[in-house]
Design a protein around this ligand. Sequence first.
Ligand SMILES: [Zn+2]
Ligand SMILES: [Zn+2]
Length: 336
Amino acid sequence: MSAPVRFLPLVDTHAHLNLDAFAADLDDVVARSRSGRFPEIRGRRVEDALFRPFVAAAVCPAVDLESSLRSLELSRRFDALFAAVGIHPNHAALAEPGDWEAIERLALAAVDDVKVDANAPNADAAGSAPTALDGAKLVAIGETGLDRYWDDAPFDVQSALFLKHLELGRRTGLPVLIHSRDANDDLDAVLRDFYADASVSPNSPDSPKLTAKSPSPGVVHSFSGTPEQALAWTELGFYLGFGGFVTYPNRKFAEIAEAAQVAPLDRVLLETDAPFLTPHPLRGKLERNEPLTTAFVAKRIAELRGLSVADVVRQTTENAARLFRFPTLPTEPSPL
Ligand SMILES: [Zn+2]
Ligand SMILES: [Zn+2]
């Protein structure tokens, strides 16, 4: 008699399903992710005979006000999708006056049940907050952070906006999704400074930073730092999101793999950054990355740490549920 298949509920903690890349077939993408089926990759199965991973939940980060509203809308439409609101550092210079304030209002209204007066000035900038939030599942602020790779916005503009997101995270108790590309030393300085008064750890019950809402200030997503930074940032209370980078065999990424080896396992999250950063061995074979490829990230982290894939999936899903305070997630895939 063959052993029963075990289902492995994954969480993709960073999937841009609210971007145009998914506009035409989002229903299919979500259904495929929830079912754990990857029919278009011939000859490659995410599952093996015993384990069938599927995506139980995905967090959709925003890059601007429009995608923030879209993220909220998707979280309303799909049980498995959760929303974030924020302005990406590469979009920092494109934001219109009032965009940040509208995002702030949404986040505050989501956690405080603030009744936004529909007649107040600017109340309609993003539609009214109660309408946008109605039935939506807002779980995070972002993405925000620093980016010297693309250099799309002046660094001081990025930095100022980043600090506003951190303040909003602190005010709302919602975790912040942090982006850092070629800016890990800058990020290190900001985090140490912003969270410096932690003679008590941000996770101790005595910490002034711990709110009733949040067990952590957030996650450094698509982690690309050193092993030392991995340890320092988790010490400050952060989670680390690992995605495509950790799977790339190129020596350039060896340090990231090392960080994934030494980071406390209860702070490790899986992510895709879909539609970007498709993991090895699918890189170059998929037109765009999709949430289900987190299974390959889990597999890689399992190899690096000498654990089973099932253990890595179980622990990372538990971590995500803790950080984002998910409701009970499905334990079985849905039919395709
Ligand atoms: Zn990012
Ligand atoms: Zn992203």
